[in-house]
Design a binder for this molecule. Sequence first.
Ligand code: C2E
Ligand code: MG
Ligand code: MG
Length: 713
Amino acid sequence: MPGAHIKTGSIAGKRRAASIGPARRIAEELRAQNERFAAAVENMSHGLCMFDADERVIICNRNYIDIFSLDAKVVKPGIRFFDILQHSVDIGIAAQSAGELYAIRKPYIDGAKPSTYEEILSDGRIIVISHRPIAVGGWVSIYEDVTEQRRAEQELKEQHRRFDAALANMSQGLLMYDANGRMIVRNKRFLELFNITAADFPLGTTHGDALERLLELGIYTELDVDSEVAKAEASLKATKMHSTYRQLTDGRTVLVVRQTMRGGGWVATFEDVTERRRVEERMTHLAHHDTLTNLPNRSMFREKLDQALGEAKAKPLAILSLDLDRFKAVNDTFGHPAGDWLLKCVAKRLQHAVRSSKDVVARFGGDEFAIIQSGIKNAADAEKLAKRIVEMVGKPYRGKGREMHVGVSLGIALYPGDGDDADTLLTNADMALYRGKSEGRNVYRFFEAGMDARMRERRALEADLEGALSKREFELDFQPILDIGSGRIVGAEALMRWRSPSRGLVSPENFIAAAEETGLIVQLGDWALRKACNVAANWPRNMRMAVNVSPAQIKSGGFARSVISALAFSGLSADRLELEITETVMMDESDTVLKTMSQLRGLGVRIALDDFGTGYSSLGYLRRFPVDKIKIDRSFIRDLDKRDTAAIVRTVIGLGAELGIIVTAEGVETEAQLDTLRKAGCGEAQGYLIGVPTKAADISRLLRSQALLRQSG
Ligand code: C2E
Ligand code: MG
Ligand code: MG
């Protein structure tokens, strides 16, 4: 029996000597019993040492030897108790002297004190020792090393302390439920959060009871307790973290997060997220709305459109793409704050214009808006809305003592006819808008198949135009202008031509708009102005040169300077230059335009109002800005044989005479037309009858022959 320190011989040996036969049997039995006892002693988890009445060891086990790190060769049966103590002092395990140790232990051994006590060894270990007397004298000592156990207990205590501190100091309310669904922990913050007492929520409460109680106390707003409990259980079963926002009757929002614990049961935390939610909501609102008008922005619009189109049976709808006309002029004239105010007014009018609350009005930025018109039956419904919008937006805006005007152009794409995804519909609506804009303002246009092809064509044209000026692809033709009374050529109009290597000769009708769109018109117009002035400088002094001017040139700012420079370089006197502008220029109320025009007029440059009768033909413009000449559009001359048209033309001529403004008729092709005009008292005529647009040299030749004719006549 390894490690068993037992005097096997001492008990069994004596008995064996006493008898043989039955005695032998008894002896055998005793021996077996002894062995069992020794085995039991050896295998117990504690240290054990048995002493006889003389305080000598009868038996001790390996654990005892190990606990005190004793030397098994020294501590063995027969050694005295005191000698063991001395031995332990010798090997340095005891914290005191053998005498002191003996004095401490003896009263316990003798039963003078409770038989169990603790001893701390020099290495810090804690040993629980207990002594029990034996009837025949002596005692048994049991030793247990409880160092680990004590440390674990200490740690657990520390952990509890920390847990309590954490619970008490957490900003969230916390409840802990055990595996049976009973509340086992509840922190102070939980009570504070809901302004309730511990008595309202005693430990042991179930989740359902707690919800019930929160409802009874009027803290939670309406909720179905049973379904809430079922939901929570399901998510806890799936061991998922589960969070819910709870609306409190006092307006606060509490975030409840539930999470299963490893040993069963769950933890629920409660957090007041009212402020955070408010900020979040504000942020999402900001991300989805235009700050100026508070209308949905482009991203929100897209979302709504995708949503509407994504529905299983998406209903027909219309996308209206809007762009304000002349908004830039308002901004330039009245300043940005006024522009902002106007945009807000437009936003309000648009919201009024749509009928259904399902319709979406959005601002894409600048003066661009877009609308989703839902639940339409056909194109006519969209057309009705478009008309309403043109009318409503076009009404004057009055505020702070001023009156502002803008118009709006719309492009319309219909779902499902014009596309079945948001991108296509938006592009097509834009395309229709673009088309509308290029044809005149204050209009709506439906998307038509082929518009995209035309759009591509237009882009290609713009790209080609880009390099044309530097490649000297532009030319000027000149068309003579006749003074009807004297029958003499008194001037010519410079008309631009584009000789494109790939496109051939392109008419200004086909490229001026594109050049205006890209801004190229500013340089191009400047070039035409210089060229025309140079040509005119070589003509007789009584010949005027008319040059067409695009509104974009005047708005660009440096226009007056560029006219003065052209005059100076060519040496042409200012009164021989006539600038042809259209009514759209006059409509611009901004300071730049009016200032520029008066400045030029002040220099003696003449201003002609071109294409009169095709635009708004508001005579009010003539009052706001005096012109030197009105050019009646050729469409009126073409229809001069019609009574009404003839009446209009006569009226305009009469008006000119009244105001001292020269009236020129454009597009005179027949003698009959010229005759009518002459009779009506029209001052000048221009048209194929008098001469087609031609090269400068041809005009010079014409002038020479005219001079010769006069000389001979
Ligand atoms: P516009 O200023 O009204 O010029 C008169 C247009 O009528 C010219 O067309 C001319 O060729 C055409 N025309 C003249 N007599 C007759 C006639 O008897 N019958 C018919 N059917 N047409 C006649 P064009 O040269 O094609 O120019 C078209 C427009 O392009 C011009 O109209 C003008 O607005 C613009 N344009 C031409 N050159 C320039 C330029 O240098 N700058 C700017 N900004 N625009 C220009
Ligand atoms: Mg003209
Ligand atoms: Mg004209």
